[in-house]
Write a protein that binds this ligand. Structure first.
Ligand SMILES: CC(C)(COP(=O)(O)OP(=O)(O)OC[C@H]1O[C@@H](n2cnc3c(N)ncnc32)[C@H](O)[C@@H]1OP(=O)(O)O)[C@@H](O)C(=O)NCCC(=O)NCCS
Length: 183
């Protein structure tokens, strides 16, 4: 099942629809500027909403519901959701392995982006990892928003992986050591 999951992950289009958003366009007037974000572990009843966020974020390359259930079974304590009020605004999935931990996926509802939701999810993830642990991820070289977010958070690029997502779709390998976060 592991290999199925990583294959599915590779298929995901991480060229986010908001990749070209500027800082100004990210500020949506109908969303309050200061959000109180609560991060919790994923529960089965959250599945539908998480899949909705996934589809809004990745379109045709979104993971199916079964992939989320499988990740939840494998690492329930590192499958997190972020709530703003009663609404789930985003999720993150991390998996631990012999090398440390891998951030497998993260997405925030487009309506809630640019308000610190992803930052809150990563902060909470890091509190679950031992000090000094390494958190790794793969991100499309075309996903500007995610690249800026990860770099701003403290991740460093370690390797370019050609065709990771298929022909002409390269990825950056990035890494963060838990004690060097931006918090
Ligand atoms: C990448 C993503 C998760 C960021 O979520 P977010 O909740 O908007 O991020 P945050 O508000 O926590 O951003 C924190 C910091 O990251 C940077 N950042 C985030 N999005 C940015 C963007 N679109 N452009 C420039 N900088 C950005 C900023 O420095 C920001 O801090 P600031 O608002 O104080 O300037 C979100 O854009 C998303 O869901 N994208 C689609 C799915 C995806 O690409 N996931 C990652 C690959 S698996």
């Amino acid at each position: 099942m592991k290999s199925h999951l990583s294959k599915t992950f590779k298929r995901k289009n991480v060229e986010s629809p908001d990749a070209t958003f500027s800082r100004a366009t990210r500020l949506k007037p109908h969303v309050p500027l200061a959000l109180q974000v609560l991060v919790r572990q994923f529960e089965r009843r959250h599945l539908e909403r998480v899949v909705e966020i996934e589809r809004a974020s990745f379109g045709n390359d979104a993971w199916p519901a079964e992939s989320f259930v499988e990740y939840w079974r494998q690492n329930p304590e590192l499958f997190l959701i972020a709530r703003v009020g009663r609404r789930i605004a985003g999720y993150s999935i991390t998996r631990t392995n012999w090398r440390g931990a891998e951030l497998e996926s993260m997405a925030v509802d487009p309506l809630y982006r640019g308000r610190g939701v992803a930052r809150a999810l990563l902060d909470a993830t890091l509190t679950q990892l031992p000090a000094g642990a390494t958190l790794r991820l793969m991100v499309s070289t075309a996903n500007d928003a995610a690249l800026r977010f990860y770099r701003q958070y403290g991740f460093v690029r370690t390797r370019l992986v050609k065709r990771y997502y298929g022909k002409g779709r390269d990825a950056w390998r990035m890494r963060l050591t838990a004690k060097t976060t931006s918090r």
